[in-house]
Design a binder for this molecule. Structure first.
Ligand code: AMP
Ligand code: MN
Ligand code: MN
Ligand code: MN
Length: 288
């Protein structure tokens, strides 16, 4: 029998409904071509692309799970919680996501004001040129504008110089609480997943608190193999999944063919000792 970890599941990526550059249909097609066997689109704080993703995936014979990546404030940092296999019509979750998106407009104006103070004018209007969903203006759209206008060579440099803590375009922001995000996802029938834990600059104590509080709220899984992790982090979070009795997830976090380091489906397998999240939510997978 083949281990269930050997499945080309890609359960984390973004479309132009948030800060990706491809349409849900184009992502489904790219996933299929790249050999993905189970796919979820996980736009930031937004599920407006889910129906399109589902229809496109099923038309291609690509098994599909609903998905989203919720922005959360925890221990003074932004943490991302992926939801998988939830009911996309759940009213409380839909309202919670709308509330989470709600602060982005003012935050974007504040980011632009910060950039104007260092001589970069018109960043709000500039970023908007890259936005497809008016409710979802993100730092990524500012980054694209700053690259296009020659302030930086690539989006990573923009984040480093302008958009992260202590830099002129950084704006502290209050997102959803960890408990709310996990409960919304869980009450809607889905599994909550800690996204790319290796990206947070937590102390071991803070990281332990994130994992224990996440589990206490009903969280089920952690991303182990993601485009955001190094091989050393695959090993670290595989061990932590076992230590905390969490299921494991796998996803590229693909945003754009040029910007993203990892393409859809182009990831190592989950380590065989882990229990994949897709096994636990098999009943939520939709097939043609
Ligand atoms: P926001 O939700 O507006 O805070 O934007 C967060 C998004 O910015 C993330 O989902 C990534 O797509 C992108 N991002 C964050 N940090 C970086 C980085 N260092 N380099 C490139 N993109 C980044
Ligand atoms: Mn993003
Ligand atoms: Mn993320
Ligand atoms: Mn993401």
């Amino acid at each position: 029998m083949t281990a269930t970890t050997v499945l080309n599941a890609d359960l984390h990526c973004h479309s132009l409904v948030s800060d990706g550059t491809l349409a849900p249909e184009a992502l489904a097609a790219r996933a299929k071509v790249n050999g993905v066997e189970l796919w979820a689109l996980t736009d930031h704080d937004e599920i407006a692309g889910q129906q399109r993703a589902r229809d496109a995936a099923l038309a291609l014979g690509l098994p599909w799970l609903s998905g989203v990546e919720v922005s959360v404030s925890f221990a003074g940092t932004t943490v991302h919680i992926v939801g998988l296999g939830f009911d996309v019509d759940d009213p409380e979750f839909v309202a919670g996501l709308a509330a989470t998106r709600g602060g982005r407009e003012q935050r974007a104006r504040d980011i632009a004001a910060g950039l104007a103070r260092v001589g970069i004018e018109g960043a709000y209007e500039g970023a908007l040129c890259y936005v497809s969903n008016p409710e979802l203006i993100s730092r990524t759209h500012f980054a694209r504008f700053l690259v296009e206008t020659g302030h930086c060579h690539d989006t990573h440099e923009v984040f480093r110089k302008f958009l992260t803590e202590g830099k002129p375009g950084f704006v502290a922001h209050r997102w959803a609480s960890l408990g709310d995000a996990v409960r919304w996802i869980t009450a809607a029938g889905g599994a909550a997943v800690i996204a790319h834990p290796g990206r947070y600059k937590f102390t071991p104590t803070e990281e332990y608190a994130l994992f224990t509080e996440f589990i206490a709220h009903g969280g089920r899984a952690v991303e182990v193999v993601t485009g955001s992790h190094t091989p050393a982090e695959y090993a670290k979070y595989a061990d932590m999944a076992i230590e905390f009795d969490l299921l494991a997830s796998r996803g590229s976090d693909f945003h754009d063919p040029d910007e993203s380091r990892t393409d859809l489906g182009a990831l190592p397998w989950l380590p065989g000792k882990l229990a994949p999240v897709w096994e636990a939510i098999e009943a939520r997978v939709q097939r043609a």
